[in-house]
Design a protein around this ligand. Structure first.
Ligand code: BES
Ligand code: MN
Ligand code: MN
Length: 457
C-alpha cells in the first residue's frame, strides 16, 4: 500500500465534486453556440492543473478552440511523461433520451451520468488528480507535462500545427493517454492500437427542384431511392466492402496474432443482450473482436432528404444526402481511402442523378508497441492495482492525433484507458463508474513510479 492511497481515500468526495463541476460546463466543440463554454472549460482545466501542483499552466489559443498546457518539471535527469487528453465533448442530442440532463451530472448506482463523464473529462481528470496525489505525498517520480485539447471530437484540426510549433515545449519520453476502454474491471486490459478514419459526405441530385410525387413519380429517378441503392452496393453478400483497392494495404494478422486477439474474454451472449440484438453482423470470416479491432469498416452515420416532418407530404425530392465514414487499419491511409471512395462513388452513379462527394477530417490508424519500458510500466501498474496482468487488445475507435505524436514529435503513446465499452460514449446517458475513476487515480502514480524505474535500465 502506497502513501498516495491514504491521500486518495481522504479526498475522494472532493475529487468527485471537482469532476462534477467540470462536467457541468457544456464544452461541445462541434457547435459554435457553445464557444464561450468551451473557452470557460479550458480556463477551468488550466486552474485545476495549477491547483494540482503544476508550476505553470496556460490556455493556448488556436484558430479553433484553445489547448491547455501545463507542466511540473522536477528534475531534468528524470523521464518526462506528456499526458494528452481532451476537455471537449460530443453534442448531447437526442436530448429526450437522457434520463437526466447531460450537463447536470448525477451519481446513480455508483455511476456518474453526464456528457463527457467517460469521454474524456472523467478519464482526463484522473491524471490531474493523480498529479495532486503525487505532489501532495511527495511521490512524483517523473516530470509531467499536460496537453489537454478542445477539438478532439471535431478531428483535432489545429493540434498538428500546435505540435509543429511547440516541439521543444512538448519534449518528452512518452505520451500517456486515457481515452480508450478496458474489457472490464475483472479483466483489465490495455489497448495497443486504434483504427484510423476517413469521413465523407455525399450529395445526390436528381431533378432541379422538388416535385409532386404523383405527377412525376415513376418517371423521374428519386435521389433518395438511388442513394440507398448506391449505399447498399458498398457491401457485398459477405459484408466485404466493394470499393476497388480498399483492402489492398490491409495487414492480415498472423494465425498466432489472431489466436492471441481472440483469446481475450468475450461473451457473445452478453454482447448481444447488452445491445438488444438477436444476432451480430459483420465481415464474413472474422470474429467480433477481429471485426472491431483489426478490420476496416464502412458505415453510414447519417442520411437525410425529402420530407421528415410531421404527417405526410407527397414529394419527390431533388436532393439526398449521407455522411459515410470508414474505419481504417494499418497500412491504409485516410486520404488515399477517401480518394478511392470518391472515385468509386462517382463511378457507380447512374445517369439520372449527379453526385458530389466531399472529404471531412480523417486520421491514421496506429499500433502501439508492447515491448517498450512505457508499456511494461503500464502493465506493471495495472498488475499492482488490479492484482492481474492486463490483456492487450485492439481498440475500434480513433484518436487521430496519436499518429501525429509519432510523426511530428517522434513520440510513442501508451493507451491507458479506464472506460468500458458500455459507457455510452457519444450516446445518451453517457456514464463513468465511480470505481473506474478512483481506480484510475490510484493506478496512474504506479505508472510514473515504474516508468522512472524502468527508464533507468
Ligand atoms: N475517445 C474516443 C476514441 C475511442 C473510444 C477510442 C473508445 C477507443 C475506444 C474519441 O474521443 C473519439 O470519439 N474519436 C472519434 C474520432 C474523431 C475524429 C471524432 C471516433 O473514434 O469516432
Ligand atoms: Mn475521447
Ligand atoms: Mn469521443
Amino acid at each position: 500500500m502506497q502513501v498516495w492511497n491514504d491521500y486518495l481515500s481522504q479526498n475522494k468526495q472532493r475529487f468527485l465534486d471537482e469532476l462534477l463541476d467540470l462536467l457541468r460546463i457544456p464544452s461541445v466543440s462541434a457547435d459554435s453556440k457553445y464557444k464561450e463554454d468551451v473557452a470557460r472549460c479550458a480556463e477551468a482545466v488550466k486552474q485545476s492543473l495549477l491547483n494540482a501542483g503544476c508550476d505553470n499552466a496556460e490556455v493556448c489559443p488556436t484558430a479553433g478552440h484553445p489547448i491547455v498546457y501545463g507542466e511540473k518539471m522536477i528534475d531534468p535527469s528524470l523521464p518526462t511523461v506528456l499526458v494528452y487528453g481532451h476537455y471537449d465533448v460530443q453534442p448531447a442530442d437526442p436530448l429526450d433520451l437522457w434520463h437526466s440532463g447531460p450537463f447536470e451530472p448525477v451519481i446513480k448506482d455508483e455511476k456518474i451520468y453526464a456528457r463527457g463523464a467517460c469521454d474524456d473529462k472523467g478519464q482526463m481528470f484522473m491524471h490531474v488528480k493523480a498529479l495532486e496525489v503525487m505532489t501532495k505525498t511527495n511521490t512524483l517520480a517523473c516530470n509531467i507535462k499536460f496537453m489537454i485539447e478542445g477539438e478532439e471530437e471535431v478531428g483535432s484540426v489545429n493540434l498538428g500545427k500546435f505540435l509543429e510549433g511547440n516541439k521543444e515545449k512538448l519534449k518528452a519520453d512518452i505520451v500517456l493517454v486515457s481515452d480508450t476502454s478496458m474489457i472490464s474491471m475483472e479483466h483489465p486490459s490495455l489497448e495497443t492500437g486504434l483504427r484510423g478514419l476517413a469521413y465523407m459526405e455525399v450529395e445526390v441530385t436528381g431533378p432541379n427542384r422538388d416535385l409532386h410525387s404523383g405527377v412525376y413519380g415513376g418517371a423521374v429517378a428519386n435521389p433518395i431511392n438511388i442513394l440507398c441503392k448506391m449505399i447498399a452496393s458498398l457491401h457485398d453478400e459477405n459484408n466485404h466492402i466493394t470499393i476497388p483497392g480498399f483492402y489492398d494495404k490491409v495487414q492480415e494478422l498472423s494465425e498466432a496474432d489472431r489466436k492471441a486477439l481472440n483469446n481475450a474474454p468475450f461473451d457473445p451472449e452478453e454482447y448481444k443482450n447488452d445491445l438488444g440484438v438477436k444476432a451480430v453482423w459483420g465481415e464474413k470470416g472474422y470474429t467480433t473482436l477481429e471485426r472491431t479491432g483489426v478490420r476496416p469498416t464502412l458505415d453510414v452515420n447519417g442520411i437525410w432528404g425529402g420530407y421528415t416532418g410531421e404527417g405526410a407530404k407527397t414529394v419527390l425530392p431533388s436532393k439526398a444526402y449521407a455522411k459515410i465514414s470508414m474505419r481504417l487499419v494499418p497500412d491504409q491511409t485516410s486520404h488515399e481511402i477517401a480518394k478511392m471512395f470518391q472515385q468509386h462513388f462517382e463511378s457507380i452513379a447512374p445517369d439520372y442523378v449527379h453526385v458530389k462527394v466531399t472529404e471531412h477530417h480523417g486520421g491514421e490508424p496506429v499500433v502501439t508497441p508492447t515491448d517498450s519500458a512505457a508499456y511494461k510500466a503500464a502493465a506493471e501498474a495495472i498488475k499492482t492495482s488490479f492484482g492481474k496482468e492486463p490483456i492487450p487488445t485492439r481498440g475500434g475507435g480513433s484518436i487521430p492525433i496519436i499518429a501525429l505524436f509519432e510523426k511530428i514529435l517522434g513520440l510513442k503513446t501508451v493507451l491507458f484507458g479506464f472506460g468500458l465499452d458500455n459507457d455510452n460514449i457519444h450516446s445518451p446517458n453517457e456514464k463513468y463508474d465511480v470505481f473506474n475513476y478512483f481506480k484510475g487515480i490510484e493506478t496512474l502514480p504506479y505508472f510514473h513510479k515504474y516508468f522512472a524505474e524502468m527508464s533507468k535500465n
